[in-house]
Design a protein around this ligand. Structure first.
Ligand SMILES: NC(=O)c1ccc[n+]([C@@H]2O[C@H](COP(=O)([O-])OP(=O)(O)OC[C@H]3O[C@@H](n4cnc5c(N)ncnc54)[C@H](OP(=O)(O)O)[C@@H]3O)[C@@H](O)[C@H]2O)c1
Length: 287
């Protein structure tokens, strides 16, 4: 039986989607394929996750690559070319977060991982695919940033600031590629229930437990994101948290950051206690 898709400029488009093996990316791949009739090239590192995604949808194929390196992007481009998969829309969704703790306790490795995955990959992806995107009639370039970009949070210093940078660079790219008619969008999710906060270890898991109490369901988040992309929204705030953070930051920038820290301190959650544990001697930092 022939499938009916929602009418949109996305219909039939070839979408390269990073971080598609889990969370928001996985749900977005399914929504773009099932509701908007896109063909998806799904990228990630865990092959098993990608394979199970491809088994769910015939229009999805997968490629294992590390998007945090220039070399990873050269391999993705070569693979797409070898398949004849001419990318119309590139979605930079893959991301990582560091353990929820004071900046002084983060290692260089943890910091670099977030910068390379959540920020530098945007630059590498543009270098690899701009030459082909600019010749398209209807191309798109989408970054999944975060509502933390609006509100730097204690314990999340590098992630929040890298997401601010990912928003800023996406908005700058929009100005640069406007002449080519490429649609550019930044997506700013508030908390969503995914594996992001539970990568490897109990320390991070505590943050995951807190997010799962207030987060949006990943399928709902993906549907909202796809709907806004389908109507070419340049800045996508998918939930009330993101909209509130944006507004508060605008009307009371420093007051909001202070208030947020006060609320976290008062909340007395295990996640936040690690950050506001003033008893911890600073000389232990970076041990
Ligand atoms: N969940 C939230 O509350 C929330 C809120 C705001 C923004 N976001 C953003 O939404 C995006 C998706 O995150 P998520 O919440 O869906 O978490 P997730 O389930 O952990 O998804 C992140 C994906 O990125 C992939 N990835 C990470 N590093 C990679 C690398 N070097 N190369 C290739 N793929 C890589 C992971 O797959 P592999 O490990 O298999 O590579 C994973 O599938 C991220 O950019 C995140 O910052 C999330």
């Amino acid at each position: 039986m022939k499938r009916k898709f929602k009418k949109s400029w996305l219909n039939g488009k070839c979408v390269l989607l990073t971080g598609a093996g889990s969370g928001i990316g996985r749900e977005l791949a399914l929504v773009l394929s099932r509701i908007y009739g896109c063909k998806i090239l799904a990228v990630g590192r865990r092959e098993q996750n990608l394979q199970s995604l491809c088994e769910q949808e015939p229009n999805i194929s997968a490629f294992v690559a590390d998007i945090s390196t220039q070399d990873g992007w050269s391999r993705i481009k070569e693979h797409a070319d070898s398949l004849g998969f001419s990318v119309d829309v590139l979605v930079n969704n893959a991301g990582v977060i560091h353990p929820f703790k004071k900046l002084i306790y983060l290692t260089d490795e943890q910091i670099d991982k977030v910068i390379d995955t959540d920020y530098k990959s945007i630059i590498y992806s543009l270098r690899a695919f701009y030459p082909s995107l600019k010749n398209k009639k209807d191309a798109g370039f989408v970054t999944i940033s975060s509502a933390s970009a609006y509100l730097p949070v204690a314990g999340n210093a590098v992630y929040s600031s890298v997401k601010s940078a990912s928003l800023a660079i996406t908005e700058a790219i929009r100005q640069e590629v406007m002449v080519d008619g490429i649609f550019v969008s930044a997506v700013m999710p508030g908390p969503v229930v995914t594996d992001l906060y539970e990568p490897d270890g109990d320390e991070e898991k505590k943050a995951g437990d807190d997010v799962s109490k207030v987060g949006l369901d990943a399928t709902v988040a993906a549907k909202r994101i796809a709907k806004k992309i389908s109507v070419r929204k340049p800045l996508i705030n998918i939930d009330v948290t993101a909209r509130a953070m944006k507004l508060l930051r605008k009307v009371a920038p420093s007051g909001t950051v202070k208030l947020w820290a006060k609320l976290m301190r008062k909340a007395n959650r295990p996640t936040f206690n690690q950050v506001f544990d003033d008893e911890k001697p600073v000389q232990n930092a970076l041990n």
